[in-house]
Design a protein around this ligand. Structure first.
Ligand SMILES: C[S@@+](CC[C@H](N)C(=O)[O-])C[C@H]1O[C@@H](n2cnc3c(N)ncnc32)[C@H](O)[C@@H]1O
Length: 286
């Protein structure tokens, strides 16, 4: 690909989705955009690039942006964030929300495994959460993954990644060669198309935001804007959960890592959240 064509895609993707495209990833343009060119009846990528240089339709731009997103996800991905949600976040919320209402946002939810994992976790703990109302909102820039998430149907391969067999048996039913979530879990999650680069206030306030494995694709400036906007939709004692390769350190001070936890961020001014005890150091053998 010519440098000027690479720059066109780099600028377009940065503007529309925040994705930072580095030259070492230029091979992704060929592999992911060639099917888009075919869909738009272009004989090759060069022909589609030519259209993009002119006055492209918003649908073409949308297809290009969506094709370049990485939608990798799985049920209970990395496990620790879900354990901490149950053991650190939920105990705080149950003490501090007399309204017994909790709003959770999965801010780049891909095909829905993350919000559905939270819904199943809440169901598993239903006895302790009697009378509580949970609103889980899953959003993503990619409309095709949002449509898949709404369906709540997964392949054998997808349910084998991270989902305990007991939960598969309890919360899914087999539909030909796929596994469909039962309605009681599906109805706990609402899905919306949403671009993290756009104003967030319209979504309302959230007690907990899962924003995992998406900031890694953004440059420093975009991460800072997204984290600042996210902090503004949190109450004083709200929580943000980032992915294992993401942090706020060196990016913004509107959030800080919560002591003795991993991947949880809170407002530096918050004084009401009890910090869990430090894990005991392993005994050193003589
Ligand atoms: C790697 S997946 C992460 C899914 C899930 N959070 C997880 O950790 O398993 C990243 C998701 O971020 C979405 N995404 C990328 N840029 C976005 C943006 N500007 N706004 C909203 N979602 C975005 C992609 O479409 C993709 O589904």
């Amino acid at each position: 690909m010519r440098i000027s064509d690479f720059d066109l895609y780099k600028d377009l993707l940065k503007e529309k989705s925040g994705l930072t495209l580095t030259p070492d990833k230029s091979y992704l343009l060929d592999s992911r955009l060639t099917p888009v060119a075919r869909k738009w009846n272009c004989p090759n990528l060069e022909a589609m690039t030519h259209i993009l240089r002119g006055m492209p339709s918003s649908d073409l731009v949308k297809d290009v942006v969506e094709a370049m997103t990485t939608n990798e996800t799985s049920f209970f991905r990395d496990l620790k964030p879900f354990d901490q949600f149950r053991d650190v976040i939920l105990p705080h919320m149950t003490k501090s929300r007399p309204s017994k209402k909790l709003r959770i946002w999965c801010a780049a939810c891909s095909t829905g495994q993350e919000p559905y994992s939270l819904a199943m976790l809440l169901k598993e703990n239903a006895a302790k959460l009697s009378g509580w109302q949970f609103e889980i909102i899953g959003t993503d820039i990619d409309t095709s993954v949002i449509e898949q998430a709404k369906k709540g149907e997964y392949s054998q391969f997808e349910v084998q990644r991270g989902l305990p067999i007991q939960m598969l048996m309890k919360y899914f039913e087999q539909k030909a060669d796929r596994w469909a979530l039962k309605q009681d879990i599906k109805s706990m999650v609402q899905y919306k198309h949403f671009n993290l680069l756009t104003p967030m206030a319209m979504l309302g306030k959230f007690d907990v935001v899962f924003c995992r494995n998406v900031l890694i694709y953004f440059d420093r400036e975009t991460k800072e804007t997204v984290l600042k906007n996210m902090s503004a939709v949190l109450p004083e004692d709200g929580f943000v959960i980032l992915g294992g390769a993401e942090t706020v350190l060196g990016i913004t001070d509107v959030l800080k890592p919560m002591d003795n936890t991993r991947g949880i961020y809170i407002k530096p001014t918050c004084t009401t959240i009890a910090i869990p005890a430090a894990p005991k150091a392993a005994a050193v053998k003589a």
